[in-house]
Design a protein around this ligand. Structure first.
Ligand code: DX5
Ligand code: ZN
Length: 213
C-alpha cells in the first residue's frame, strides 16, 4: 500500500487559501492537513472553525485537523461542524484523553491522538481501541520548516508494533522531505504530513510524488 500524503496548508498562501486547497487536490494529495494553533499550547496562532468551513467546499478530500490547542475539548464540536473528518488532539494538552476521544467519535468523526517528540508512546496503552489515527510529531509543534528529529524513528517503529492489526493510521508530521520520507515509511508510517516540501515551489504534483518514496 502506498503512503498517503497530507500537505499542511500552514505553508500555503493564506490570501488564496481556497485556490491553494484546490491546487493540492488537483496535484494528487490524499488528505488536507490543517494545523490549528492557539498561541498557548504552541507559540503561534492559525485557523479557527470559520476558516475550515470556508475552505470545505474547495475539495472533497479528507480534512485532517491537528488541534494544537489547550484545552481542546470545548472546541471539538465546532471543528466537527466546520467540516473536519479526522480530529486529532494532543496527549499533552488534555487531562482527559479517553473522554475527548469518545467525544470525537460520538460526533461522527475519526479520532486521533498526537504525541510531542518528548512524549513516550505508552500514553497510547489504554486508548488504542478508541483511536483511528496516531500522529507522531517529528518536530516540536508550532512552526513549519523545522528539521526532522531522528529520535522519533524508533518511536514510530514501536507504535507500529503496538498498533498491530488494528485499523489505525500512523501519521508523521514535521520535517518531511524526499530525504526523510523513506526512513519514516520504513519505520511504518502510513500518512506523511508535509508543509514546506509541498508548497516550496509551483509544481505541487511533483513535490507530492517526490515524497511517496
Ligand atoms: C507543525 C505542524 C506541521 C507543519 C509541518 O507544528 O504540525 O504540520 O506544518 O511543516 P513542515 O512540513 O514544513 O515541517
Ligand atoms: Zn500538523
Amino acid at each position: 500500500m502506498t503512503v498517503k500524503i497530507a500537505p499542511s496548508i500552514l505553508s500555503a498562501d493564506f490570501a488564496r487559501l481556497g485556490d491553494e486547497v484546490k491546487a493540492i487536490d488537483q496535484a494528487g494529495c490524499d488528505w488536507v492537513h490543517i494545523d490549528v494553533m492557539d498561541g498557548h499550547f504552541v507559540p503561534n496562532l492559525t485557523f479557527g472553525p470559520p476558516v475550515i468551513k470556508a475552505i470545505r467546499p474547495w475539495t472533497a478530500k479528507c480534512f485532517d485537523v491537528h488541534l494544537m490547542i489547550d484545552p481542546a475539548q470545548p472546541y471539538l464540536e465546532s471543528y466537527a461542524k466546520a467540516g473536519a473528518d479526522y480530529i486529532v488532539v494532543h496527549a499533552e494538552a488534555d487531562l482527559h484523553i479517553d473522554r475527548s476521544l469518545q467525544v470525537i467519535r460520538s460526533l461522527g468523526k475519526k479520532a486521533g491522538l498526537s504525541l510531542n517528540p518528548a512524549t513516550p508512546e505508552n500514553v497510547l496503552d489504554y486508548v488504542l481501541d478508541r483511536l483511528d489515527l496516531v500522529l507522531v510529531m517529528s518536530v516540536n509543534p508550532g512552526f513549519g520548516g523545522q528539521s526532522f528529529l531522528d529520535s522519533q524513528l524508533e518511536k514510530i517503529a514501536r507504535i507500529k508494533k503496538m498498533i498491530g492489526g488494528r485499523p489505525i493510521e500512523l501519521e508523521v508530521d514535521g520535517g518531511i522531505t524526499p530525504e526523510t520520507a523513506p526512513k519514516v515509511i520504513a519505520a511504518g508510517a502510513t500518512v506523511l504530513v508535509a508543509g514546506s516540501a509541498v508548497f516550496k515551489s509551483a509544481d505541487y504534483a511533483a513535490n507530492i510524488e517526490a515524497l511517496r518514496g
